[in-house]
Design a protein around this ligand. Structure first.
Ligand SMILES: Nc1ncnc2c1ncn2[C@@H]1O[C@H](COP(=O)(O)OP(=O)(O)OP(=O)(O)O)[C@@H](O)[C@H]1O
Ligand SMILES: Nc1ncnc2c1ncn2[C@@H]1O[C@H](COP(=O)(O)OP(=O)(O)OP(=O)(O)O)[C@@H](O)[C@H]1O
Ligand SMILES: [Mg+2]
Ligand SMILES: [Mg+2]
Lengths: 265, 265
């Protein structure tokens, strides 16, 4: 059974998608088999990882969710990426319509569980990483109901992202009452630019604040790296773009840190 | 009747809230009366502009929306800010529940129009600025149904924000069929960091791409400025924090540019 990790934060632009695509590639390069589920209807993950974009007419998360109840599963929707160890379940904007129709049905939080229930094809993966949208709606709830862990990216410069964490932790608590295996793996500091002293001080303040609350902060901090933006523009992971850059080194270090945490359990 | 402007982009973290709070303050300092409507349930605008946070138990957008049909209006929910020319209608997370219950009712796009219909109190404002969440749900649809203009912030470094614009323009077109006065005022380039050549080139490429499509790009570009983050951390607008900084100068220039555009019409 794979370790299933939701990358979540209802604040926008904190680096959820950036973390998912680059962490997946890093784990894949370390020899792990990884499935990425793009649970965001805006499908930014898909735009990076799915090399043949036309495939998502036949293979997508929303197609799995819309299939007749007995027919749906997740693993049959997996598509290859440029890393042989990484597959992706793409998404499309139609997922937004699905969210609306599923709104007053069990699928609004149990859809992914239903699809995963007898899905033995998932067992070939060591990790499942789920990218989620910037809200606390059906997709995040579904992802957390399926997950062993949540990782919350927080930019060291973003006050609003910090403000929103309490709300996200409440969502985790609610879901834990139904999914007892769900834990917060930790907070991941992102977009860290050490050139401005306010960001350096803020990072230290954030780390000590979370320690005092017993919340784990990853030892790896993802530094701000212009090559991360450049990789996205080229529809590549940072490793495909230039593995010598900080963005690659930081995600490689994060992959090792996460693999250790999961292996200890 | 005020000029009503939605600041929208379904991509997260592009600077919607940053633009709304600082543009409002800039317009206020130029002598215009401004109402800010925080249409995001995450209420980041509220956390900056509402000095007495307890007020939002009595005064909020969601309270207006939940009031009995004949009783609701917007202007009675307006609270003061530290700028005498700027009022804010706060929001709370309960707005997310409202969105769900309103989902299959006319209010899911007509709620704001209903509240504004006989609301003569709105006429004391020259501008209404509406901050919206990173999605294309009820709040954005409501805001656009009420608006004369939409402004779309796009960071010069963000490929996904650029990818998402086509979708946002489609939403504008759909709403225009019911609200004939709605226009895209323009795209606002944000978070512009001229230190990396890829960002300088990207900005030029974005500007020429939009010109070729007949889409107006504001002459004012909002530069990346660490003081914008510092102002948010202090719950201040950039003008309250330090009007000498780039963040203030850029939003002041934007206010002048927008006032000219609106006055020409
Ligand atoms: N370490 C970094 N260095 C430089 N740019 C970064 C870094 N991390 C993220 N970014 C940039 O920040 C922007 C937002 O990142 P991303 O889209 O991954 O966030 P998100 O949380 O998935 O956003 P959303 O909430 O909209 O889904 C993107 O332009 C991305 O390239
Ligand atoms: N010009 C700028 N210089 C420096 N930081 C900026 C600038 N504009 C925005 N930011 C920072 O980027 C982050 C995202 O900005 P903001 O919250 O305004 O975006 P948003 O589009 O409202 O996000 P959301 O979609 O989550 O509502 C914040 O930490 C903000 O301080
Ligand atoms: Mg994303
Ligand atoms: Mg915002």
């Amino acid at each position: 059974m794979p370790g299933i990790i939701t990358i979540g934060n209802q604040k926008g632009g904190v680096g959820k998608t950036t973390t998912v695509v680059n962490l997946a590639d890093a784990l894949g390069r370390d020899g792990y088999r990884v499935l990425v589920i793009d649970a965001d209807p805006q499908a930014n993950c898909t735009s990076i990882l799915l090399k043949e974009i036309g495939l998502r007419e036949q293979f997508s998360l929303v197609k799995a969710l819309e299939a007749p109840i007995e027919d749906g599963n997740l693993s049959s929707m997996a598509c290859t990426t440029s890393n042989d160890n990484v597959d992706v379940i793409p998404n499309t904007i139609r997922c937004m319509l699905w969210e609306r129709t599923a709104a007053n049905t069990p699928d609004s939080i149990l859809g992914f569980l239903r699809l995963a229930k007898h899905d033995t094809g998932l067992n070939k993966y060591d990790f499942v990483l789920i990218d989620t949208p910037p809200n606390i709606g059906a997709m995040v709830n579904n992802a957390l109901m399926l997950s062993d862990y949540a990782i919350v990216p927080i930019p060291t410069s973003d006050q609003f992202a910090l403000d929103g964490l309490a709300t996200f932790l409440r969502i985790l608590q609610n879901i834990r009452s139904q999914n007892g295996k769900l834990r917060l793996m930790g907070v991941l500091l992102t977009k860290y630019d050490s050139r401005a002293s306010v960001y350096v001080k803020n990072r230290e303040r954030i780390i000590s604040f979370f320690s005092s609350k017993g919340i784990y902060v990853f030892k790896t901090t993802i530094r701000h790296n212009v090559d991360i933006d450049r990789a996205h523009m080229k529809r590549k992971t940072i490793f495909e773009f230039d593995p010598a850059k900080y963005g690659a080194k930081d995600h490689a270090a994060l992959a090792k840190e996460i693999a250790q945490i999961v292996e200890k359990e």
